[in-house]
Design a protein around this ligand. Structure first.
Ligand code: GCO
Ligand code: MG
Length: 403
């Protein structure tokens, strides 16, 4: 089998998405998600100008060699743009392999390690009351795991909260990022009170998660982790900036709250020390930004040695193709932990066809060959890309802070 053509589809059904479509001489095509929120065109151009020309003529079954060809072979390594492009190609190759053999991808990765996959969703409110209502809504929908984010008294904009009550979309259309502001002390004073109320309102069995979005110093994160211990979180995510790996040692010594990190990592080298030193409990890298299914299997194997589980990043700013790839991966590996799932806009689901079933907080896999996804290419064309940026974040005195 040979790859004869590949194209990049940039479209915006509900929001911007970048997709690679790889076509073979046997009439089978594969799809891969290449969306890197706010930097979409960099990945699209890298794919079009540099990677696709070298793909033509290759056998899609040689996915391991193709991966190394684009990783080692280009000399320049790592980085979000590079790894997202390689990840999209790898995803599409596994899709082709599954379709060619008429099996779902998970069967090629190790088969069924579980019958269903638990997902967590997001609940967010502007204040404590609204947040509790939102958690109740998600519980009523059957979710057993809910990420809880809330507006903080005395702070105007905050990560994860939608001001217009619609579903949260952090990338704002425009020529420049909008600016948000932040006050760590107000946040740290409020979050334990919020979780105390949430735990008091809901059963002990409800899994609660929280994302600090890289905004704390190690000692601040240690205080938060410690103060949240009585409320028994499933995980506390991205407390300190993820590149500050030394900080995790300090944090880990202070708290038994489980820690999750990795959504901005893109290679095994970003998490190797965190895993081998047992400084985290969940690795949150995702298929699209982590370089594809091929390297993610290796990361899961390394993590498995240390009883660290996966919790793949799965926001609505990655397409349903990435979600499908995460589900195949999560089905096949032993150390699946949980899958993030925020749902998608209706427009998104009109363009992306997704065959896996979701009910009461769990996914079950369809037996469709490949990744079990497809795209309406004609409809996709109707929704044109518009430049959008993630916000930047400043402390109240104007100092630039992590968003
Ligand atoms: C999450 C993430 C997202 C990111 C977003 C950036 O845990 O789902 O933190 O909300 O902010 O994916 O594009
Ligand atoms: Mg996050």
């Amino acid at each position: 089998m040979k790859i004869i053509k590949a194209e990049v589809i940039v479209c915006a059904p509900g929001r911007n998405f970048v997709t690679i479509k790889i076509e073979t001489d046997q009439g089978i095509y594969g799809l891969g998600d290449a969306t890197l929120n706010g930097r979409e065109l960099a990945v699209a151009t890298y794919l079009e100008k540099h990677l696709i020309p070298c793909l033509i003529g290759r056998d899609p079954f040689d996915s391991e060699d193709i991966w190394h060809y684009f990783y080692r072979g280009v000399y320049w390594r790592r980085g979000a743009v590079n790894m997202t492009a390689i990840g999209a190609i790898d995803m599409a190759l596994w899709d082709i392999k599954g379709k060619a053999l008429d099996v779902p991808v998970y069967k090629l990765l190790g088969g069924k390690s579980r019958q269903k996959l638990m997902a967590y969703t997001h609940a967010q409110g502007r204040d404590m009351e609204e947040t509790i209502d939102k958690v109740a809504e998600k519980v009523a929908q059957g979710y057993q795991a809910v990420r809880v984010q809330s507006g903080v008294p005395g702070m105007k904009d905050i990560y994860g909260i939608s001001n217009d009550k619609k579903s949260y979309e952090p990338a704002i259309i425009g020529q420049k990022p909008i600016e948000e502001s932040w006050n760590t002390s107000k946040y740290l004073n409020y979050i334990p009170k919020l979780f105390s109320k949430v735990r008091e309102t809901f059963s002990d069995d409800l899994h609660l998660l929280h994302d600090a979005h890289h905004r704390l110093t190690p000692i601040e994160a240690a205080r938060l982790g410690k103060e949240l211990e009585p409320f028994n979180l499933f995980w506390l995510e991205d407390t300190i900036p993820a590149e500050l790996q030394e900080g995790f040692k300090l944090l880990r010594q202070h708290t038994s709250t489980p820690l999750a990190v990795g959504e901005i990592f893109n290679t095994i080298y970003d998490c190797q020390d965190l895993i081998t030193n047992q400084l985290i409990d969940y690795i949150r890298m995702t298929i699209a930004h982590g370089g594809g299914i091929t390297p993610m299997l290796k990361i899961a194997s390394l993590a498995g040695l240390y009883h660290i589980k996966t919790g793949c990043h799965g926001p609505s700013d990655l397409s349903p193709i990435n979600l499908a790839a995460c589900l195949h991966f999560g089905t096949a590996i032993n150390n699946f932990g949980i899958q993030e799932y925020m749902g998608y806009a209706d427009l998104t689901m009109e363009v992306f066809k997704f065959s896996h079933d979701f009910k009461n907080g769990f996914f079950t896999m369809s037996e469709a060959p490949g990744l079990g996804i497809d795209m309406d290419f004609e409809k996709a064309k109707k929704h044109q890309y518009k430049q959008a940026y993630l916000p930047v974040n400043r402390l109240e005195d104007g100092t630039l802070h992590s968003w």
